[in-house]
Design a protein around this ligand. Structure first.
Ligand SMILES: Nc1ncnc2c1ncn2[C@@H]1O[C@H](COP(=O)(O)OP(=O)(O)OP(=O)(O)O)[C@@H](O)[C@H]1O
Ligand SMILES: [Mg+2]
Length: 243
């Protein structure tokens, strides 16, 4: 049984899709089979981040509605064939039925070591659909106190949904500000969200530029942070540090 992880946040724009893609790519480059399923119906972004806009003909809604087979809608990343992507529908009308997503994930499980469900922002329909299929969760928050508080709300809802393995990535951390000490303590964010820390990602122009053009990450702080996150997911003991 592979890892089936909902990537969620509460607050929007904190980096869920970016984290899903580069965590998935890092694991795939280590030889793991990885699938990212985007749940953000009507507001998709994974095709751009992954650089597959031109190749994407069918989407998740086509699969869950039975219009096409999963293999017709799943696209391999041009950066690594071990990383495969199933993008969200374009139209907000194309609702994903929770039991159909759960059925799809169960059917695909044996082909993948990791499946990441990239949730839309908030605690609405898409979040609930993701909760029905996922076995674990990755909460993404930034050092912004509102993002941390929203992450805490999401963490409680995940617990209510029976998802006991919940981990946290703190994204967009300014390492220099942490060293100077004025930004809110990372421990405070961990306490507010209430999930175990999996990793800290730096604020990074290199990451942003790669993510808007479907490129691999150049060597540097962000790539190192993703490598450490991937190693921890694989069960390695890697000391936590702000990169
Ligand atoms: N660590 C980072 N450093 C710099 N830019 C980042 C970082 N993480 C994410 N970004 C940028 O922030 C923006 C939002 O990221 P992303 O789309 O991954 O967020 P999201 O949580 O998936 O948003 P939504 O809630 O709309 O689904 C993107 O432009 C992305 O490149
Ligand atoms: Mg997103």
């Amino acid at each position: 049984m592979g890892e089936l992880m909902l990537v969620t946040s509460g607050k929007g724009g904190v980096g869920k899709s970016t984290v899903s893609f580069y965590t998935g790519l890092t694991l795939a480059l280590r030889g793991r089979k990885v699938l990212i399923i985007e749940l953000d119906t009507g507001l998709r972004s994974l095709d751009v981040i992954a650089g597959i806009s031109e190749q994407t003909v069918y989407h998740l809604g086509d699969v869950t509605a039975g219009r096409v087979k999963p293999s017709e809608a799943i696209v391999s990343s041009p950066l690594c064939k071990n990383l495969q992507l199933l993008c969200a529908p374009f139209s907000p009308e194309d609702r994903i039925e929770p039991h159909r997503l759960a059925w799809l994930c169960q059917g695909l499980d044996r082909f993948y070591d990791y499946t990441f469900l990239d949730a839309p922002a908030g605690i609405g329909y898409g979040f609930k659909v993701g909760c029905t299929a996922a076995r674990s969760a990755l909460i993404v928050a930034t050092p912004d106190p509102i993002s941390a508080r929203d992450g805490g709300v999401v963490c409680d809802l995940l617990a209510e949904a029976g998802i006991t393995r919940r981990r946290l990535i703190i994204n967009r951390v300014d390492a220099k500000a942490v060293a100077r000490g004025p930004i809110s303590d990372l421990d405070e964010i961990i306490d507010t969200v209430g999930a175990r820390l999996l990793g800290v990602l730096p604020e990074s122009t290199a990451l942003h530029l790669a993510a808007v053009s479907g490129r691999a990450l150049p060597e540097g702080e962000a790539a190192t942070a993703f490598a450490n996150i991937a190693r921890r997911l694989e069960g390695e003991q890697v000391p936590l540090a702000v990169q």
